[in-house]
Design a protein around this ligand. Structure first.
Ligand code: AMP
Length: 114
C-alpha cells in the first residue's frame, strides 16, 4: 500500500494552507466543492485521517471513522437536496482507477440527470 504523502493537495486543505469552498465539516470529515465541477453539484468528501485511497481506508480506518465518513456522505447529499432526485458517488482508486489526489475522497455528483 502506498505511503501517505503529507504534501498532497487535500492534506494542505485539511491543514488550512489552501482554501476550499467548504460544504460541511465534523470531527471525521471535510466536504467541499470540486474546483473543476463535472456536474451542477460536484462535492468531494474526505476523511480527516491520513488514508491514501479507498483501498487504504477500507482496510485501515477504525469503525468510528468509517461510520462517520459514510454517514457524512449521506448527510451532505441530503443537505444539498440531492436525495430525492438522486446522485452519483465515485471513488477513483489507484492508478488504473484514475485517482489523481492521493488522499481518499468520494465525489458526489448531482443536479441533473447523469
Ligand atoms: P480524483 O481523480 O478522484 O483523484 O479527483 C481529484 C479531484 O480533486 C478532481 O475532480 C479535481 O478537480 C479536484 N481538485 C483538485 N484540486 C482541488 C482543490 N484545490 N480544491 C477542490 N478540488 C480540487
Amino acid at each position: 500500500m502506498a505511503t501517505y504523502d503529507d504534501d498532497n493537495i487535500f492534506a494542505k486543505i485539511l491543514r488550512g494552507e489552501i482554501p476550499c469552498k467548504k460544504v460541511y465539516e465534523d470531527e471525521h470529515v471535510l466536504a467541499f466543492h470540486d474546483i473543476r465541477p463535472q456536474a451542477p453539484v460536484h462535492v468531494l468528501v474526505i476523511p480527516k485521517g491520513k488514508y491514501v485511497s479507498f483501498d487504504d481506508f477500507s482496510a485501515e480506518a477504525t469503525p468510528a471513522e468509517m461510520a462517520g465518513f459514510f454517514r457524512a456522505v449521506g448527510k451532505v447529499a441530503r443537505d444539498l437536496k440531492l436525495d430525492a432526485p438522486g446522485y452519483r458517488l465515485l471513488a477513483n482508486t489507484g492508478a488504473d482507477g484514475g485517482q489523481e489526489v492521493p488522499h481518499f475522497h468520494v465525489h458526489i455528483f448531482g443536479g441533473r440527470k447523469l
